[in-house]
Write a protein that binds this ligand. Sequence first.
Ligand code: FRU
Length: 456
Amino acid sequence: MRPKYHFTATQNWLNDPNGLCFLDGEYHLFFQHNPQGNTPGNIGWGHAVSADLLHWTELEMALPFDGNVMAFSGSVVIDHDNSSGFGANAMVAIYTAHHIQKPLQTQHLAYSNDRGRTWNQYAGNPVLDIQKADFRDPKVFWHTPTQRWVMVLALPDERQVQFYGASNLKNWTLLSTFGPAGQTGGIWEVPDLFELPFEGTSKWVLKVDIGTGAQFGGSGGQCFVGHFDGLAFHAENNAWLDYGKDFYAALSFSNTERPIWLAWMNNWQYAQATPTTPWRGCMSLPRVLGLRRNSTGIVLTQNPIAELEQLRQKTHEVSPSRLEQHSLCLPLGADYFELWLECDLGAAQSLCVRLEGKNGLSEIGYDSLRQELYLDRRQSGQVTFHSEFAGRHFAQLELVEPKLRLRLFFDACTLEVFAQDGEVVLSDLIFPDSKIEAIVLQSTGVVQLEKLMVWT
Ligand code: FRU
């Protein structure tokens, strides 16, 4: 079940990505980790590094549980100008200290002067304490127009996020509060805020996760597109991030030229029951972010990083053809692959791609009548480990022309579907009982297949 090109910890429990950043040719991935067991507990920051976002080396834990305080989620910035006094180009981690002896969460700093290999706690911790039991997940970035650091973090129970500003990462003042807004059916966690280019100018994206009450149950992520004026965020729209069930706590990288993020591929509803050992939990693919205008408004686009193409091995290509009622079968026998499909649905009612194992199958398809892209994992293999796991997840998608473009990545237990160049994404775990023996395409009506490539 262990993915080959998605990050997993060597052993034991993993949840949110933390402190994603780039420094001196290395990407850093920190993660919520229990070094002692396969369920949450003793939480601190695990650590891994990579030169290409694909091959990761796990290092020692960066911020371990110290007996009193668990290091909950947070971010890392590179302090180029030594604003904090921790040293030029210090890596500074801003994280939530979860106090186990009292109901309190405060924000702490730790820093490293040796590319994240060793960490020092700031002697003046906490840097932010509003005496709340739930107040967490600081994401910090440098805001150029106001020349200061901005922190966004969650007030989970209030369904709010707050923005704070500081010139030195230490003395934070409240700038504003946003919410409740959008999806409020569960507590708010793990916010992120970043600017993306859009039609010659830019817009800001505020991402906030909800702990329960997502569209298909359990936890999930939403985003607001709008404007951040240095003090407050003004939302223009609200949408889900991902229409699968397993994309949570997404976090963007600091100090990269491209806007990239990745998330924990899981759902709090059943995360502790997924059938893997001696590890549990994996990250999504790193995705490049963008904004695009379509018939529904301005949408966040997510596309897999181009580096993934380096991993392609054997190519299977099907020449353009007409699909009509019957199915097309591509024998495969693979635990890992990428699929690229482009087709013209014409007046066809549906098209589906079935990933068939020995005893089960997962189905990804488009239903023209409902204008729906879906992923059905009800028969995908091991599904009974939790009553809420089996299901069919879908996104509204209006096709133009009507052409469908799909890129699909399968990696042992992960499925990520990117449609229409990243306008709609569905990420789901599956636990097949065997390799994917064949990819089968089936249509209701005539579909013109323009491209079908599969790379193991
Ligand atoms: C989100 C979350 C965060 C918290 C962390 C604890 O999945 O609940 O809010 O900081 O996980 O591991």
